[in-house]
Design a protein around this ligand. Structure first.
Ligand code: HEM
Length: 746
């Protein structure tokens, strides 16, 4: 498909920056696009050549001694081609291997100079290019998008003063408090080493064994067992920097800051049954959704939010700001939205961009600084280290997607695959032979200076006692969920622990869950046919030094300033009113003889509200309506299923409904949509299809007499031909995303 915002690129294989017009191939005002254009090629109208530029005459046959004879070693064309192919793979990321990415830009709403001197947060007229990669954590590169997992949310800002990476997740806390536990966590969650089972799933013994011995993970466990771990779309999830960082202003004044990304499309999830089905029907569901939205010009947007805490307030909370298993509830420190990010261009090449991009928490710019969060401190080491092997040496900053748009000059030299041809005699500093160049920048010339934090400490392997509250915020999270969301957490835990084969691991987990919420633990225990143990045979917290007093390390519970935080819920979150259906996908179930008028009226209403409509029919090809109108079947019941859609509409047309009734898939489609609590509408004879599935009971009346409870729960019907009357209710129903009251009656 042609990209909306792209012009034709120059058809030259050897692209030299000077040959290209500014913005070649990319939209205006895209300095990173200009930069990437230096390395793009598209072969259009060109001869096939070797890597040495020699034109190839025969790409079908290798060079042989006779047409039935052996291949000759001399065949440099064959050797070059196969050798390159043999070396095409690089190691996948050790975590977050499965991902998809997009280009875009960020604009600040107003100058943040009072808080930070970061150049990209000063001028609302400046568009800073970004490249954003979303990912799952545990699965391999080819795993399903719909795994129950944390989603990575990594943003590279190509600022005029260097690259700034905000390498976050879609959950604001993490499993562990200290980086030294990260390899253990990842070894536990990845497929088990003896048989490499299961792929992209935490539902297995080693993960829960580790978690059951790590009470500090309980807050994160609540998030991962919630619907946050199965987003409807990457475009419909929040992002978080997780750690507390620092903002530093021009005067050197520092403040603590937590970063948030707030999606303008709201927060939505699928249900677990749906996630599992999508994993089979379309494992690329999220990747495809992101790609298609951008191709269609539905550019995803997030607002960047900050929670700012004065340094003097560092210790005023009932948790430690440096502890990555804690949030600052938004009710205590509100999130101020300071700018907007828009993703408006898909990558040209998955490998060159999405796979080779290297994010690093250590990539910061003047005006932003780290804190002593011990997880962040470990990350500062890990990313560059892992990328040295993943990308094959110390020059990966020269890979086009990684290189800054800011000028880059230093005395680093050589190494595998060095691209830059550094001129001159000197590669050291200070020097006199080159007039001292390149020279250091003063702080007033945007030279990076580290915040001069006062440290007066003993060198010690220890964890601060202020990190010992492992349960209060887990309880806060659970209590802040609506009833259906709590039910989903219970079911997720029953599923995950139900897959655990070792009884004592389940029991320990039930004990830990009881520390979060007794009802939660009892409900999970019921599903497992187990009892919550009253005490444990070994100390709850095993993560303490070998010769330490275990009592000292038992988790403590702090008093929370608030009992619930509605902003932790997805369903009832005041930050995300459910007031639109933009980019939601609606299926129209149709066959020959459909009611053309109803279809076009309903389509118009949905498109006007910003949704997308697709027809699903017994067969592919053109369909003819009752009045002779032709529509293309986008999908058949074999290629399209309910889990790909947010809602479904069955228009009337006697002949169409008769044909649909003959297809058992049409009933499956509707039943599944019903089970997954989606909005379902039908008009005219289409209502009969809903009756046949049992979704509505009453076949006499006019649809208003249909099951009254279902009428309130996103089932919208009219036996009249005029669909205008129900279109508004349909749109309203879809905006609610799901009708959980229906789930309760299942
Ligand atoms: C000590 C703790 C952690 C360590 C050692 C660690 C290490 C790593 C490593 C080695 C990678 C692969 C990078 C690559 O190959 O390019 C990675 C990727 C990633 N990590 Fe972490 N990580 C840690 C914690 C976290 C946390 C707390 C977050 C979220 C705030 C996070 C977010 C990410 C993301 C989003 C990616 C994927 C980046 C991409 O899209 O390329 N990590 N991490």
């Amino acid at each position: 498909m042609k990209k909306g915002n792209k012009q034709n690129k120059s058809a030259t294989t050897k692209v030299i920056a000077a040959d290209l017009p500014a913005n070649a191939g990319y939209g205006a005002n895209d300095p990173k696009g200009d930069d990437l254009a230096r390395n793009t090629e598209d072969s259009v109208g060109e001869y096939l050549t070797t890597n040495q530029g020699v034109r190839i005459n025969d790409n079908q046959n290798s060079l042989k001694a006779g047409d039935r004879g052996p291949t000759l070693l001399e065949d440099f064309i064959l050797r070059e081609k196969i050798t390159h192919f043999d070396h095409e793979r690089i190691p996948e990321r050790v975590v977050h291997a499965r991902g998809s990415a997009a280009h875009g830009y960020f604009q600040v709403y107003e100058s943040m100079a009072e808080y930070t001197k970061a150049n990209f947060l000063q001028d609302p007229s400046v568009k800073t290019p970004v490249f954003v990669r979303f990912s799952t954590v545990a699965g391999s590169r080819g795993s399903t998008d719909l795994a129950r997992d944390v989603r990575g949310f990594a943003v590279k800002f190509y600022t005029q003063e260097g690259n700034y990476d905000l390498v976050g997740n879609n959950m604001p806390v993490f499993f562990i408090q200290d980086a030294i536990k990260f390899p253990d966590l990842i070894h536990a969650v990845k497929p088990e080493p003896h048989n490499e089972i299961p792929q992209a799933a935490s539902a297995h013994d080693t993960f829960w064994d580790f978690i059951s011995l790590m009470p500090e993970s309980m807050h994160m466990i609540m998030w991962v067992m919630s619907d946050r771990a199965i987003p409807r779309s990457l475009r419909m999830m929040e992002g978080f920097g997780v750690h507390t960082f620092r903002f530093i202003n021009e005067r050197g004044k520092a403040r603590f800051v937590k970063f948030h990304w707030k999606p303008l499309l709201g927060l939505h999830a699928v249900v677990w049954d749906e996630a599992q089905k999508i994993s089979g029907k379309d494992p690329d569901f999220h990747r495809r959704d992101l790609w298609e939205a951008i191709e269609n010009g539905d550019y995803p947007e997030w607002e960047l939010g900050v929670q700012i805490v004065e340094e003097k307030d560092e210790h005023k909370f009932d948790f430690d700001l440096l502890d990555p298993t804690k949030i600052i509830p938004e009710e205590i420190v509100p999130v101020r939205r300071i700018g907007k990010m828009t993703l408006n261009r898909n990558p040209d090449n998955f490998f060159a961009e999405t796979e080779q991009v290297a994010f690093h928490t250590g990539n910061i710019v003047a005006g932003i600084d780290f804190t002593n969060d011990p997880l962040l401190q470990g990350r500062l080491f890990s990313y560059l280290d892992t990328q040295l092997i993943r990308l094959g040496g110390p020059n990966f900053h020269e890979i086009p997607i990684n290189r800054p748009i800011a000028a880059l000059h230093n005395n680093q030299r050589d190494g595998f695959m060095r691209q830059t041809v550094n001129r001159g005699q000197t590669s050291y500093e200070p020097n006199s032979l080159r007039g001292g160049c390149p020279f250091q920048a003063g702080a007033d010339m945007s030279g990076f200076t580290t915040h001069a934090e006062r440290i007066d400490a003993q060198k010690i392997r220890a964890r601060s006692a202020s990190f010992f509250d492992h349960f209060s915020q887990a309880t806060l999270f659970f209590k802040s969920q609506t009833e259906p969301e709590q039910n989903h957490i219970v079911r997720a835990l029953r599923f995950e622990l139900g897959k655990v084969e070792t009884p004592h691991i389940r029991e320990r987990m039930l004990f830990l869950l009881a520390q979060v919420d007794k009802t939660l633990a009892n409900r999970v225990a019921d599903g497992l046919g187990a009892k919550v143990p009253v005490k444990l045979d070994r100390p709850m917290n095993m993560s303490f030094p070998a010769d330490a007093d275990p009592k000292k390390f038992q988790p403590k519970r702090a008093t929370q300033a608030i009992e619930t935080s509605p902003r932790l819920s997805m369903v009832d979150n005041p930050n995300f009113p459910k007031d639109n259906i933009k980019t939601r996908k609606i299926a129209f179930l149709v066959a020959d003889g459909f009611d053309d008028v109803a279809v076009s009226e309903m389509k118009r209403a949905l498109l006007t509200a910003g949704a997308a409509v697709m027809t699903v029919a017994p067969r592919l090809g053109m369909l003819t309506g009752a009045n002779g109108e032709q529509v293309k079947a986008d999908l058949s019941f074999l290629t399209g299923t309910s889990v790909m859609f947010d809602a479904v509409y069955v228009p009337g047309g006697e002949a169409s409904v008769v044909l649909l009734k003959k297809e058992s898939e049409s009933s499956n489609f509707l039943n599944e949509a019903y089970q997954h609590c989606k909005t379902i509408a039908a008009s005219g004879a289409g209502v009969e299809l809903l009756e046949r599935t049992g979704i509505i009971r009453d076949s006499s009346g006019d649809g208003q007499e249909a099951n009254p409870s279902s009428a309130q729960a996103g089932i919208i019907t009219t036996r009249e031909d005029d669909v205008a009357g129900i279109a508004a209710s349909f749109v309203e129903g879809i905006s609610q995303h799901r009708h959980w009251q229906r789930e309760m009656t299942l």
